[in-house]
Design a protein around this ligand. Structure first.
Ligand code: PLP
Length: 599
């Protein structure tokens, strides 16, 4: 492609992008293709000779669009937002065009310097403690990672190194291997799977700690878990707290958890992947109180700050916690030291994209006030959806809208889970809106997650989503045979969960709703998704149907300790062989029950 052809194609593509964005509401939000659909539309092998842009361009509509779940449709209410905006798209174009590699300051001086600048800007916007900003000169700073997952892994590894150094200086007789084998990280039992995964990748054990009935991790629970681990001869070293949990947008009790970490010399990492950008608004900033006790803080502009994937911002209190650990320099990388950070020592990859450009564009072209008003608008739409749910007595709000997420379900003391599951199946099958479920209360309470994701979502879209939910609820509840089948199916799921057969109820459900295979029905859960390892069952939780008290309208969640006696009971361990047989029998019952219970 020469410059003339590029110019022509670029103009056409910009037109396409703009039309796609502006007319996105006219496309069905979810696709109706089956796995493998693409193979039928494209040749099996690569073209031997160059094609023209005119040959390729129509295939965007013919090949790509049919397989799109439109994340920026105003009717997309699933997961969390995957942000984008015109400024961010422009910046990514420029990044690709500049094509520089941030290996060291010398390899791309502006890349490093702009990243330092925007991370300080953003840190100031969030009112992070001074120690986290380069400009304070106190040793901390931030950088852009690819994802919240990477940030958790990086900080866990840094925490491991810090713990080993400290313990070896206190007890030189211990080897690194002695210590490493006994290290344990702690996080909530409802933390994002990335924390458990970081543990797997790092070869470190991560203990899930029970959340309270409001889905939050408390200082008391962390303290108790730490004491138990120490008594067992293990060494707690790292706590990952979440602000804005994926399933419910719950907020861990940061101050209390932080106080335990300070007392016990544990690294406190804050995962605020989704909620973080909201703290730019002064009214949400109190949710971040306690960050002054943290060693690291991460949030994703690529979720809630109009910046396209990937852009996950990580700040650390002491940069040397990273640079001392991840510092390996080949001869060909050596450059004269200067006052600028070498971000290759802060991350997994050596060469980094010029991602700071998109933050710079977004912050400048929206302004801090523009970003705030975008966030406030998303939150107010979620609150409107919550109001609509509360106005219909058949429904209950399981997790109120603190930010852009509302968790709700059909009220039914005994069969709320099955009915809500069946309802979501019908809503999504109609393809006018798209939502996914999650499980709250220790995996016992099935809820539908409604998230305001798109910057195009307006009041009419929230009303559309609610009218779809009501319409399908009317139909479902008017068909007793469907209700019976839904109940039977959920009975099997619940039995499996109670017996510890469903480790990943959440995962199985997410995968099912994630499937864009229009031929798959709600009853078709692959048996493999249901297999469970008994050892992974931390505890069973009660199936209490009572709704948690929502905070008063507009109030932020409080950090009171969980009232005594409301925590679910702990599972007693039984005879291993009996349990194993019981599990095997129940597992096959469940699989056949699920197979026969098509909705
Ligand atoms: N942490 C939380 C709380 C999340 O909600 C998510 C994703 O939704 C993640 C981590 C993972 O984010 P990423 O895809 O940037 O790794």
């Amino acid at each position: 492609m020469d410059a003339t052809a590029f110019r022509t194609a670029a103009v056409q593509l910009i037109d396409f992008i703009t039309d796609y964005q502006e007319n996105i509401r006219s496309r069905p939000v979810s696709p109706s293709v089956s796995p493998g659909y693409l193979r039928h539309l494209v040749p099996a092998s690569a073209p031997q000779h160059a094609e023209t842009w005119d040959q390729l361009m129509p295939d965007i509509e013919r090949v790509i669009m049919p397989g799109m779940l439109h994340w920026h449709s105003p009717q997309f209410h699933a997961y969390f937002a995957g942000a984008t905006s015109y400024p961010s798209i422009l910046a990514d174009m420029l990044t690709d065009a500049l094509g520089c590699m941030g290996i060291s300051w010398a390899s791309a001086p502006v890349l490093t310097e702009l990243e330092v600048l925007v991370m300080d800007w953003l840190g100031q916007m969030l009112q992070l403690p001074d120690e986290f900003l380069f400009s304070s000169g106190k040793g901390g700073g931030g950088n852009i990672q690819g994802s919240a997952c990477e940030s958790t892994l990086i900080t866990m590894l840094a925490a491991r190194a810090r713990a080993i150094t400290r313990l070896r200086s206190e007890r030189p007789e211990l080897s690194e291997a002695d210590i490493s084998g006994r290290l344990v990280g702690l996080t909530s039992d409802q933390a994002h799977s990335s924390v458990a995964r970081a543990g797997l990748l790092a070869g470190l054990r991560v203990r899930p700690v029970r959340s309270n009935t409001r889905n939050a991790l408390t200082g008391e629970a962390v303290e108790a878990a730490v004491a138990e681990e120490l008594a067992a001869g293990n060494i707690p070293f790292f706590v990952a707290a979440t602000l804005g949990r994926t399933a419910s947008c719950a907020f861990d009790h940061l101050r209390d958890v932080g106080a335990v970490c300070a007392r016990r010399a544990l690294w406190l990492h804050i995962d605020a992947a989704y909620a973080g950008p909201a703290f730019i608004c002064p009214e949400f900033r109190p949710l971040l109180d306690g960050v002054e006790l943290a060693d690291s803080f991460n949030m994703n502009p690529h979720k809630f700050m109009l910046t396209a994937h990937d852009c996950s911002t990580l700040w650390v209190r002491r940069a040397t916690d990273l640079t001392d650990v991840f510092h390996v320099d080949a001869k060909y990388l050596a450059t004269a030291r200067n006052s600028m950070p070498s971000f290759r020592h802060w991350a997994i990859q050596l060469s980094r994209r010029f991602r700071a450009l998109k933050l710079w564009f977004v912050i400048r072209l929206y302004g801090v006030e523009g970003i705030r008003s975008y966030i406030r608008q998303q939150v107010s739409l979620a609150k409107e959806f919550e109001r609509l749910v509360r106005s219909d007595r058949r429904f209950e709000v399981a997790a109120p809208a603190v930010l852009g997420l509302v968790c709700f379900r059909l009220r039914d003391k005994e069969f709320g889970n099955s009915l809500t599951d069946a309802l979501l199946s019908r809503v999504n099958a109609a393809r006018r809106v798209h939502m996914i479920p999650s499980m709250l209360r220790g995996g016992t309470q099935y809820v539908i997650r409604f998230v305001v994701c798109s910057r195009y979502t307006e009041l009419r879209d929230v009303q559309l989503a609610w009218s779809e939910v009501q319409r399908h609820a009317d139909q479902l509840l008017a068909q007793p045979e469907r209700v019976v089948r839904a109940k039977a199916r959920w009975g099997a799921v619940r039995a499996a969960t109670g017996l510890g057969l469903l480790r990943h109820t959440n995962m199985a459900l997410f995968e099912r709703w994630n499937s864009t295979d229009s031929s798959s029905s709600a009853g078709e859960v692959h048996p493999d998704q249901l297999l469970f390892e008994c050892s992974a069952l931390d505890s069973e939780a009660s199936d209490s149907e009572s709704e948690p008290e929502p905070p008063p309208d507009g109030a932020l969640p409080t950090q009171e300790p969980d009232p005594a006696g409301t925590e679910p009971p702990t599972k007693e361990s039984g005879d291993a062989a009996d349990e194993e047989n019981m599990h095997r029998d129940a597992q096959s019952d469940v699989v056949s029950a699920l197979a026969s219970c098509e909705l």
